[in-house]
Structure formats: structure tokens, C-alpha cells
Design a protein around this ligand. Structure first.
Ligand SMILES: Nc1ncnc2c1ncn2[C@@H]1O[C@H](COP(=O)(O)OP(=O)(O)O)[C@@H](O)[C@H]1O
Ligand SMILES: [Mg+2]
Length: 247
């Protein structure tokens, strides 16, 4: 395996608030890394830094050996190489699903409409949504919209996918259909960095877990060890908040 993402001594502050405090880690090609941690610990900020959406105060981020430009005024197109999916799907309401998917590849990547449409249809088929190509976002359920948002990221051919709590806004019965799509992507060997509170899913999909707290990676490890034998008291306590024990 070779390294595709490398984060070195990343520091991110908002004024006085230090959100990421000298963080270093790397991701191998084809690896699925799941990041967990309490609300407000900087998970979204970390993904946004990787994607080139945030200015950072110190440190360096490399994608396939190339340094990512983290000064927003000087974007060098690298962030496109990391596809991001958020909790809110942000589809264009007045465009059809097919139009939502083909817009960026045609305008940003200057690809041919016919070729992009064919790819969009093939991807929609894979997530079980071919029949929705001419529908508008409001005609889709939350789970369906989120699957479209995943396809919208995939069609840009990213080298790494960043998923930020993509099921957090969904009704429970729709969580599964979205996570199944992500599990399939993992099986295909996609490199992914996933932030989630779905612990069973994390355990099933992760090659490696990271626990972020207080601006630092407090613990990391293979899922089995991470969940069954947490080394730090802080991770133990965090994991307990997901367990219910009958008194
Ligand atoms: N644009 C911003 N300006 C100031 N503070 C921010 C901004 N974005 C996030 N923060 C703060 O940074 C911390 C980390 O936020 P975030 O990365 O969203 O956490 P998480 O995703 O782990 O819940 C929080 O304390 C949050 O209030
Ligand atoms: Mg967040």
C-alpha cells in the first residue's frame, strides 16, 4: 500500500480557539479511516482543511505527494481531487437529478455532455436510483437525495472521498440504504475518510479508527481493538455514551 494523504503538524485556530492542535496522520491508498469524537472536537474542520476549504495556521497536507494549497485565494484545483459529502445534500432544487449530477463535470471539467450523462446513469443505477433521473430533489426522500449526493461526488473522479456525518439528518430507516452504498465503495477499494456517529457501521467499514478530542488524535487503532479494548479512559468514556445498559 502507498500513502495517498499525509497530514503533518496541522494546526487550525479560529481566533483564540485552537481546534486542531498539531495533528499528524496519513491514509493509505484504498484505506477507510473513520474519525469519531465528541461534538465540536473539530471533525468537520479537519475534513474541511483536507479539502482546501479552510486556511490553516501551521502544518502541511499532501495528496499523493503534492502539497495542498491551504490559502483559499490560491486554490490550485487540488480540492477537487478530494470529493466531499456533507450532512445536508445541497442539491439544486430547480434542476433534475441528472442535471444536478452532470453540471460540475461539464462546466468545471469541460467534459462532453453525452459521456457525462452516460456515466451519471451508470452511477445512478449502482445506487438504485436510475428511475429518478428526471425527478427533482423535492420528489426524493432524504436517503435518496443523499445517495445522489454521493454520486455527485463520485462523478468528479476524486482520489479520496470525505464523508461528514452523511446520515446524521436522515430518518433511521433511511440510514441503512445510504451506509450500504458506502460499504460497497469500501469493498471496491475506495480511499475514504469518514466522520460518523454510527458506531456499528464504523466498526464494519473501518480499516482504522481515529478518536479526536481536545484538538488531538487521542487514540487510533484497528476497529476490533479500538472498540473492545480502548486504551485511554477518554475513549472508554466516549464509547460508553453509545451504550445502554438496563439497570
Ligand atoms: N467558522 C468558524 N468560526 C469560528 N469557530 C468555528 C467555525 N467553525 C467551527 N468552529 C468551532 O470549531 C470547533 C470545531 O467545530 P467542528 O469542526 O464543526 O466540530 P465537529 O464537526 O467535531 O462537531 C467548535 O468549537 C466550533 O464552534
Ligand atoms: Mg461536524
Amino acid at each position: 500500500m502507498s500513502e495517498i494523504v499525509s497530514v503533518k503538524n496541522l494546526c487550525k485556530r479560529y481566533d483564540e480557539l485552537t481546534v486542531l492542535d498539531n495533528i499528524s496522520f496519513s491514509v493509505q491508498k484504498g484505506e477507510v479511516v473513520v474519525i469519531v469524537g465528541p461534538s465540536g472536537c473539530g471533525k468537520s474542520t479537519l475534513l474541511r482543511c483536507l479539502n482546501g476549504l479552510e486556511e490553516i495556521q501551521d502544518g502541511r497536507i499532501f495528496l499523493d505527494g503534492e502539497k495542498i494549497e491551504t490559502n483559499r485565494n490560491k486554490t490550485n484545483g487540488l480540492c477537487e481531487r478530494m470529493g466531499m459529502v456533507f450532512q445536508s445534500y445541497d442539491l439544486f432544487p430547480h434542476k433534475t437529478i441528472l442535471q444536478n449530477l452532470t453540471l460540475a463535470p461539464i462546466i468545471v471539467k469541460k467534459r462532453k455532455r453525452k459521456e457525462v450523462e452516460e456515466e451519471a446513469l451508470a452511477l445512478l443505477e449502482r445506487v438504485g436510483l436510475s428511475s429518478k433521473k428526471d425527478s427533482y430533489p423535492r420528489q426524493l426522500s432524504g436517503g435518496q437525495k443523499q445517495r445522489v449526493a454521493i454520486v455527485r461526488a463520485l462523478i468528479m473522479h476524486p482520489e479520496v472521498l470525505l464523508l461528514d456525518e452523511i446520515t446524521a439528518a436522515l430518518d433511521p430507516e433511511m440510514v441503512r440504504e445510504v451506509l450500504d452504498v458506502v460499504l460497497n465503495l469500501a469493498r471496491e477499494g475506495r480511499t475514504m475518510l469518514i466522520v460518523t456517529h454510527e458506531m456499528q457501521f464504523a466498526r464494519a467499514v473501518a480499516d482504522r479508527m481515529l478518536f479526536l478530542e481536545g484538538g488531538k488524535i487521542v487514540e487510533e487503532g484497528e476497529p476490533e481493538e479500538f472498540f473492545e479494548h480502548p486504551k485511554t479512559e477518554r475513549l472508554r468514556q466516549f464509547l460508553q455514551t453509545f451504550t445502554y445498559i438496563k439497570e
